[in-house]
Design a protein around this ligand. Structure first.
Ligand SMILES: NC(=O)c1ccc[n+]([C@@H]2O[C@H](COP(=O)([O-])OP(=O)(O)OC[C@H]3O[C@@H](n4cnc5c(N)ncnc54)[C@H](O)[C@@H]3O)[C@@H](O)[C@H]2O)c1
Length: 422
C-alpha cells in the first residue's frame, strides 16, 4: 500500500503529462537504465528514500529505481520547490511521497521523518537535511546496519558531510554524487546557468544592458555569468577565492568586492553556498539601487539576508507569484525573488530534463553499485567510481548519436608512462 501526503491528488493527470515530457528528454535515466533495471531487477528488496526537489525529473529517477525493484520514498529538499502535480502523479505509480509546495519548516522535517520511518537502506539527499536527521533522530538505522549507503546530490550537502567526516561525526558511507564530472560540470553549470531565465520569468526584465552582479565564480555562478553575458548584460563578479577571481577576470568580467558592486547593481544573483553574501547591514541595504532585483540560486536561503531585509523593510507586498516588493526606509523599492530560496526551482521548473538525465543516471547506477557492493566500505566520504561517471558520459553521448575516439594501446601506454621523452 502506498503511503503519502501530497497537496492535491486530483492534479495527477497534469503530473503524468509532466513526467512524460521529462521522460522523453531523459534517455539515459528513463530509457536505457530503466529498461535494463526492468529486466534485471537489481534493487529488489531495497528501500530507497530520496530527499530531493520533487520535480518531473526527480519523478523519473523514482520510477527508474522502482523499475529496478526498489520500494521508493520521496520527500522535498526545499519547502518551495515541490511540483504538486508531479507529487500527485507519483503516488498513482505506487511511489510513496510526502511533499507539498509551501510546507513549513516543521512540516518539512515531518516529511523527512516519514521517509526515515520506512527504514530505508539507501538515502539520496540534496542539501544534507535527511542524512543529518538520520544521525540525530534515527541512529538505530545506522547501528543495526539498515543503511547500506548514502548519496548526496549538491555542493552544499557535500560540504556539510565533509565537515561531519572531519569531526568523525559521519557514520555512514557517503557518495558525493555532486563531485562526479557528469554532475557538476553539467547540472550545476548548464542547469543553474539557464536558471537565469527563471529570474527573467519572475520579473520579465530585459537582461541586455543591465548591470548584473553575480556572487561567486564556481560551477553554478560561472554558468550564470556566461548566460547573463550572452543575454547582453554587463556582468560583475564578486569572489573570495583568488584563483576563481582571476578566472573571472581573464574570462572578461569585472571583479570587485560586493560592497563596491552593490550601488550600481540592477540585478544581484548569488550561488555560492555561503552565508550573508550580501552583508546583512543597514548601510549595505541603503546602498541598494531603487528597483534592484535580488535572487539566489544557492541551496539555502541564507545567501541574501532575507530575514534582515524583511525586518528592515517598512512595507512588503507580493507583486507576482514568488516575487515581493520591499520598500526600504529610504523609499527605494527592491524586488526579492522566491523569498531568497532557489529562484530557478521556485519561479520555474528547475534544471532542464536533459541535464538532470546525467545527474539521475548517476544516482540510478550508484544505487545499483551500493547494493552490489554492500558492506565494502567504512563510514566516510567515498569517491564516485570513475567508471560509473564515464559510463553515464558514454550513455549520454550515445543517446545524442555522438561517437568519440578510443585510445590505442600505444597512446594509452604513452600517457601512462614516463620513458618516452625528447
Ligand atoms: N539552484 C540549483 O538548482 C542548484 C544546482 C546545483 C547547486 N546549487 C547550489 O549552488 C551553490 C553553489 O554550488 P557550486 O557547485 O557552484 O559551488 P562551487 O564551490 O563550485 O562555487 C561556489 C563559489 O562561490 C565562491 N564563494 C564562496 N563564498 C563567497 C562569498 N561570500 N562571496 C563571493 N563568492 C563566494 C567560492 O569561492 C566558489 O568559487 C551551492 O549551495 C549548491 O548546493 C544549486
Amino acid at each position: 500500500m502506498v503511503n503519502y501526503k501530497v497537496a492535491d491528488e486530483s492534479l495527477s493527470e497534469k503530473g503524468k503529462e509532466a513526467l512524460y515530457v521529462a521522460e522523453r528528454k531523459m534517455p539515459v535515466t528513463a530509457k536505457v537504465i530503466r529498461d535494463r533495471f526492468t529486466k534485471e531487477k537489481p534493487l529488489v528488496g531495497v528501500v530507497i528514500a530520496g530527499c530531493l526537489h520533487i520535480t518531473k525529473e526527480t519523478g523519473n529517477l523514482a520510477r527508474t529505481l522502482k523499475s529496478g525493484g526498489a520500494e521508493v520514498y520521496l520527500c522535498g529538499s526545499n519547502p518551495l520547490s515541490t511540483q504538486d502535480d508531479v507529487a500527485a502523479a507519483l503516488i498513482k505509480e505506487d511511489i510513496n511521497v510526502f511533499a507539498w509546495h509551501g510546507n513549513t519548516d516543521e512540516e518539512f522535517y515531518w516529511c523527512i521523518r516519514k521517509c526515515l520511518e520506512a527504514k530505508p537502506n539507501i538515502l539520496i539527499d540534496d542539501g544534507g537535511d535527511m542524512i543529518v536527521t538520520l544521525h540525530n533522530e534515527f541512529p538505530e538505522l545506522i547501528e543495526k546496519g539498515t543503511i547500506i549507503g548514502c548519496q548526496e546530490e549538491t555542493t552544499t550537502g557535500v560540504k556539510r558531510f565533509r565537515a561531519m567526516d572531519k569531526q568523525g561525526a559521519l557514520k555512514v558511507p557517503l557518495f558525493p554524487v555532486n563531485d562526479a564530472r557528469c554532475k557538476n560540470q553539467f547540472d550545476n553549470e548548464l542547469g543553474t546557468g539557464q536558471g537565469i531565465i527563471s529570474a527573467i520569468y519572475g520579473m520579465h526584465v530585459l537582461f541586455a544592458g543591465k548591470k548584473v552582479v553575480i556572487a561567486g565564480y564556481g560551477h553554478c555562478s560561472s554558468g550564470m555569468a556566461l548566460r547573463a553575458r550572452g543575454l547582453g548584460a554587463d556582468v560583475i563578479i564578486t569572489e573570495v577565492d583568488p584563483i576563481k577571481a582571476l578566472q573571472a577576470r581573464f574570462a572578461g568580467y569585472q571583479v570587485m568586492p560586493i560592497a563596491k558592486a552593490v550601488p550600481n547593481a540592477e540585478i544581484i544573483l548569488t550561488a555560492t553556498g555561503c552565508k550573508h553574501v550580501l552583508p546583512p547591514r543597514p548601510e549595505v541595504f541603503d546602498m541598494l539601487k531603487d528597483g534592484v532585483i535580488l535572487g539566489n540560486l544557492g541551496h539555502f536561503d541564507i545567501e541574501i539576508p532575507t530575514k534582515e531585509l524583511y525586518e528592515y523593510a517598512i512595507e512588503i507586498k507580493p507583486i507576482r507569484r514568488h516575487v515581493e516588493e520591499l520598500i526600504l526606509p529610504n523609499g527605494n523599492k527592491i524586488y526579492l525573488l522566491a523569498k531568497g530560496r532557489l529562484a530557478n526551482l521556485v519561479l520555474s521548473e528547475g534544471h532542464p530534463s536533459e541535464v538532470m538525465d546525467m545527474s539521475f543516471g548517476l544516482q540510478s547506477l550508484m544505487s545499483e553499485y551500493i547494493v552490489r557492493n554492500k558492506g565494502s566500505w567504512k563510514a566516510g566520504i567515498i569517491n564516485i567510481p570513475p567508471e560509473i561517471d564515464d559510463k553515464v558520459g558514454f550513455l549520454k553521448l550515445e543517446s545524442m548519436g555522438i561517437k568519440i575516439d578510443k585510445l590505442t594501446e600505444e597512446q594509452y601506454n604513452y600517457i601512462h608512462g614516463y620513458l618516452e621523452g625528447t
